[in-house]
Design a protein around this ligand. Structure first.
Ligand code: ADP
Length: 483
């Protein structure tokens, strides 16, 4: 382990600018998914610690919300620089607890820095309005104010950058944060405490606590001092949180599950489509909410596409994320492997054909072979449910209308991709797909400059883009009379 990496490996909560233990001595064990070895243990906090963190955030909000946009931008720029200076160490920490290839981890940490810088810039442009008044003796102002304390809950698949998308806009807007990282990957979350400390962020502005998801989640959702919950995770948990937030009428931002379709039309550039397909399917071993869940390929190009996908899939190098050249790390844990196996079993029992992979990898543990399944049909489980693993089911369709209808036949609406060289079709299909993110002849499209967020049961609100700061702001209308 790099010396710098151990510097970021903390096993205490970061509350009110101090590293503190939880009330009980119980810990949550953290495991390296590449070899099953225990990395350490982080505090198992509950309601009491969460409440203290919220109180600290509320206290800090009183002064932090009064700082100027420029002061907050300077803080964020320092944070950005620190992340980049420590990119290698933060990436190594991420690989150790999450498993993704080091190159992807470095990319994720780079994205974290990019989000922080983006919001440093956006925070200086939180403009209000002056509106033409219908009254001669009154004026209308519309101002924007930080909403207050933010509760942030993040998943294990992007343990660094999902926090960046929440902490970045929160600080830019003048809000304070209590964040709970996923229990599988708490170290990259706690590392934000180290970064906050070293960037000179005032005590109480950023608080990170680890522990029981339901206890911390419940306190964050129910405590009236928290004015907004921002959550990235499964649709099931998102729905629970939306309901819990109803009692105190909090703002909610939800980045939930996806079921991304990837449509390849007969007129697509095959090489480009295959390249995009491999990237959109196998990044992070298929464990991202924008990873392709279903390939829909038009009949005229179907066999050629399957053949090329099989070729490229078999070429992927599976191994520990820290080994040079690894393209596919392990899945996060044994449960994830069992889920993937169940999808494959269901598909083959209904006529699906395993063209590549299909079983646990010989490396053992939670390694799984990148898998291609042809002859996929809509009665198979992955038509509706997120695989979250390295399995590429390929469906066949005939007409454009049929392809779009199959793609839309889901409760989700996060990312989708399609490949065609026909301009008219590009517009028709882009407009027909009920998704928040559309890649046209591109398989990887996330960037800090663009709004990321799903439609339907994939979520509420946007992260990134100039829209990404809106959810952290309240709009106030002021009428000035008696002029
Ligand atoms: P995933 O399937 O990606 O692990 P989850 O929705 O289970 O997604 O988890 C995402 C985050 O939500 C994690 O930090 C997890 O600990 C947290 N979480 C899980 N269950 C709850 C809950 N009932 N209330 C609040 N947070 C929860």
């Amino acid at each position: 382990m790099l010396q710098k990496t151990s510097h970021f490996l903390r096993e205490a909560n970061y509350i009110d600018g101090a590293w503190v233990s939880a009330d009980s001595e119980a810990v949550i064990d953290v495991t390296n998914p590449a070899n099953g070895q225990r990395l350490g243990g982080v505090p198992k906090s509950g309601r009491a610690e969460t409440k203290r963190a919220i109180d600290a955030a509320q206290k800090a909000f009183q002064t932090f919300s009064k700082t100027t946009a420029n002061e907050r931008a300077q803080i964020l720029r320092r944070l950005h620089d620190l992340i980049l200076e420590n990119q290698d160490a933060l990436a190594e920490l991420l690989v150790l607890e999450q498993g993704k290839p080091l190159a992807e981890a470095k990319g994720e940490v780079g994205m974290s820095a990019a989000y922080v810088l983006w919001f440093a810039e956006e925070g200086r442009r939180i403009y209000g309005d002056t509106v033409p008044s219908p009254w001669a003796d009154r004026r209308i102002l519309v101002t924007k104010e930080p909403v207050g304390v933010i509760g942030a809950i993040t998943p294990w698949n992007f343990p660094s950058s999902m926090l960046a998308r929440k902490i970045g806009p929160a600080i830019a807007a003048g809000c304070t944060v209590v964040a709970k990282p996923a229990s599988q990957t708490p170290y990259s979350g706690l590392a934000w405490g180290v970064l906050a400390e070293e960037a000179g962020i005032p005590a109480g502005v950023v608080n990170i606590i680890t522990g029981s998801a339901s206890e911390i989640g419940n306190e964050l959702c129910e405590n009236p001092l928290v004015r907004k919950i921002t959550f990235t995770g499964s649709t099931d948990v998102g729905k629970i949180m939306i309901k819990k937030c109803a009692d105190t009428v909090k703002k909610v931002s939800m980045e939930l599950g996806g079921n991304a379709p990837f449509i390849v039309f007969d007129d697509a550039d095959l090489d480009r489509a295959v390249e995009g397909a491999i990237a959109a399917k196998y990044r992070n071993s298929g464990q991202t909410c924008v990873c392709t869940n279903r390939f829909f390929v038009q009949a005229g190009i179907y066999d050629r596409f399957v053949e090329r996908m099989v070729e490229e899939t078999k070429r992927l190098k599976v191994g520990s994320g820290l080994e040079e050249g690894t393209q596919q790390g392990p899945l996060i844990d044994g449960d994830a492997v069992e889920k993937v196996e169940a999808f494959i079993k269901d598909a083959t029992s209904k006529g699906g054909k395993v063209e590549a992979g299909g079983k646990r990898h010989e490396l053992g543990g939670s390694f799984f072979e990148p898998t291609v399944i042809s002859q996929a049909t809509p009665d198979m489980d992955f038509m509706q449910d997120e695989i979250f693993g390295p399995v590429a089911p390929i469906f066949r369709f005939d007409t454009e209308e049929e392809g779009v209808a199959m793609a839309n036949d889901t409760a989700f609406g996060l990312a989708c991709y399609f490949y065609t060289s026909d301009l008219g079709r590009s517009f028709r299909v882009m407009e027909g797909l009920k998704y928040g993110l559309v890649g046209v002849n591109e398989g990887i499209i996330t960037t800090v400059e663009a709004p990321f967020g799903g439609l339907k049961e994939s979520g509420l609100g946007k992260e990134g883009g100039h829209q990404g700061i809106e959810d952290y702001l309240d709009t106030k209308y002021v009428c000035i009379g008696g002029l």
